[in-house]
Design a protein around this ligand. Structure first.
Ligand code: UDX
Length: 466
């Protein structure tokens, strides 16, 4: 049993602290926001994460998990101090805003007055930040001779399966210039029986960025393939399935759609690009990943105008606001750009999300979207009423088994833009929809067929996808 303090009660902090307490450790979670701590003490969580609420309750009840706003209470006699505060994108062209991490480091330094504590950074920070944390702590120590070590331990939790991901990690990464400290932290994770990578601080911090950048690249890659598939008559879903059997490729993260959002991928790809730029490099692949991601969202408007001519004066239904299903998180959600573009072109938008209505409304307001052009509906059928087109933006399960006959009858024009490829084109056509998925070509387009004349100098692709 170890004594652990976790700074920050957001996604990462709360899941980390709760899961460690569930493994039998004594955990105190510290947050500087009193209302958050007050609510947590009453068992009210700031986020929804499957399995987390019961786990918090169980461990609070067992006396292994507590919440406080006081650093001195949290750090009292603890062996491990996790920093899990957020690092949003700063104002410096995509670089990470380190203020919260730096404040946490200063506050920790003020309270360190006992034995050799290990400070573990879980927040995603620019490569080299572990040294910055060490320097801040050393500079602010009350007693200059207190020994301490800093270890980087990046997290790879996904929203919606964070508890499960914590308990079954693919790997645990630990980096430090003090290998003994890294090995101490490794003991906390031994019960999880996962591979543990112990390396230096910079490499550990880089593993996090490289992993997220690679996954984002996989998504942008399949989205680029989708555009090519659509033009050449192939179906990207089957292409992804066919590619995925190759163990070197793998099927995961090959779902073409409206691109990635959320709190990590866009932020981390931008931050890595910024770091590379600052280092005098030319991170062209990372830039392309973000460009493709932006263009995927834009496809909705392209497809709508190619079918309807113009959306001005029309009504467009939007199904889903959250950046992915099973969350109310709106950070970097494709829906915000899509709703903004459509309303800016003079259309009315009818929207519904099973969970992200309040957060969706707030996000749209924050992003200066014309709210008077948006009607919030109670379900998908209400969204379809009188709509000239319906766009699936988030692939919630409840959108996968709608009564599409009823949807079609409610609509003014039966146009379906399936931004997440959840419906079968042939079935939707049979029902009478004008259906467009992402990258779902249906046989060859005569304008781009190879001529069969090997001496031809005609380019294979002519013009843009419409
Ligand atoms: C991600 C990483 O998976 C996690 O390891 C890291 O710690 C935080 O960032 P998360 O943001 O919760 O987790 O979402 P994830 O499920 O990975 O999806 C990210 C985005 O990619 C979503 O917008 C999703 O719609 C999109 N996506 C994912 C695709 O467009 N296609 C895919 O094939 C997979």
């Amino acid at each position: 049993m170890s004594t652990i303090c976790v700074i920050g009660t957001g996604y990462v902090g709360l899941v980390t602290g709760t899961c460690f307490s569930d493994m039998g450790n004594q955990v105190t979670c510290v947050d500087i926001i009193p209302e958050k701590i007050e609510r947590l003490k009453q068992g009210i969580l700031p986020i929804y994460e499957p399995g987390l609420e019961e786990m918090v309750e169980r461990n609070v009840h067992a006396g292994r998990l507590q919440f406080t706003t006081s650093y001195s209470e949290g750090l009292d006699n603890c062996d491990f101090i996790f920093i899990a505060v957020n690092t949003p994108t700063g104002s410096n062209q995509g670089g990470a805003d380190m203020r919260y991490v730096e404040n946490a480091a200063r506050s920790i330094a003020q309270e360190l007055d006992h034995h050799h504590a290990v400070i573990i950074n879980k927040s995603t920070v620019p490569v080299g930040s572990g040294d910055v944390v060490s320097r801040i702590i050393r500079k602010n120590l009350k007693r200059p001779d207190v020994p301490f070590a800093v270890v980087s331990n990046p997290e790879f939790l996904r929203e919606g399966s964070a508890v499960q991901d914590f308990q079954n990690p693919d790997r645990v990464v630990l980096g430090s210039s003090d290998q003994e400290a890294a090995r101490k932290v490794a003991t906390l994770y031994l019960p999880l029986r996962a591979p543990i990578v112990i390396t230096d601080l910079y490499t550990a911090e880089m593993i996090k960025y490289a992993s997220n950048a690679f996954l984002a690249t996989k998504i942008s890659f399949i989205n680029e393939m989708a555009q090519i598939c659509e033009r050449l008559g192939a179906d990207v879903k089957e292409v992804a399935a066919g590619m995925g059997y190759d163990k070197r490729i793998g099927r995961a993260f090959l779902d073409a759609g409206l691109g990635f959002g959320g709190s990590c991928f866009p932020k981390d790809v931008r931050a890595l690009t910024h770091m590379a730029d600052e280092a005098g490099l030319h991170p062209q692949l990372l830039r392309a990943v973000m460009d493709i991601n932006h263009d995927q969202r834009r496809l909705v408007v392209t497809k709508l105008t190619s079918i309807l001519g113009s959306v001005r004066g029309g009504t467009i239904g939007i199904l889903g606001l959250a950046f992915k299903p099973n969350t109310d998180d709106m950070r970097e959600a494709a829906s915000v750009d899509i709703v903004r573009w459509i309303t800016n072109q003079g259309a009315t938008v009818r929207v519904y999300d099973p969970v992200a209505t309040d957060t969706g409304r707030e996000a749209l307001e924050r992003e200066d979207v014309r709210m008077e052009a948006i009607i919030f509906c109670k379900n998908a059928y209400e969204v379809a009423e009188g709509a000239d087109a319906l766009v699936i933006v988030t692939e919630w399960n409840e959108f996968k088994s709608l009564d599409m006959h009823r949807i079609k009858n409610a609509m003014h024009h039966p146009v379906l833009i399936d931004g997440r490829n959840i419906y079968e084109a042939s079935e939707m056509k049979r029902l009478g929809f004008t259906y467009r998925g992402i990258g779902r070509g249906t046989g060859p387009d005569p304008s781009v067929l190879p001529s069969g004349d090997s001496t031809s100098t005609q380019p294979l692709l002519s013009g843009k996808e419409s």
